[in-house]
Design a protein around this ligand. Sequence first.
Ligand code: ADP
Length: 161
Amino acid sequence: MTIAVYPGSFDPITNGHLDIGIRAAKLFEKLIFGVYDTPAKKLLFSTAERVEMVRQATVDLPNVEVTPFSGLTVDFAREVGAQAVVRGLRVGADFEREFEMALMNKKLSPDCELVCLMASLKYQFLSSSLLKEVASLGGYIDDLVPKTVAVALKRKVHSRV
Ligand code: ADP
């Protein structure tokens, strides 16, 4: 069975992440969204909240699973029997970082391939961090995230003021 993991912070999942997930799920028999438990960035949502939002966003995709993980992505991939790691590339910002990580991952786990999908044009400039900034300032974000995420974001932002 061809299995891939799609790792990320997903803080929170956006329509850009989802677009990559939907497209990757067509390429592999099973796609596992791996939600980093402790990424090296400040988080707005807990791991349980991030996992739940990804689960709800992907509920209609039969070959998609969602699981939290900690430690190296390549170890997570090995544990779940994945042959590939999926990432999304936006114009400019992502390439160098992904290349660097891909070379390190290749050294750590030579059999694991990186599959990068180009971000769709309409999501090129969408990031979770920008989304959180706009939401915290009361901007309209409903067309950039799944419905449950829009609700959760507004609730979180209000609970913080
Ligand atoms: P990380 O902390 O690993 O960067 P993110 O949740 O920010 O986690 O992103 C996970 C993956 O999704 C990365 O490969 C990132 O480049 C990709 N990604 C983020 N936003 C978008 C988007 N708007 N369109 C396509 N891919 C995206």
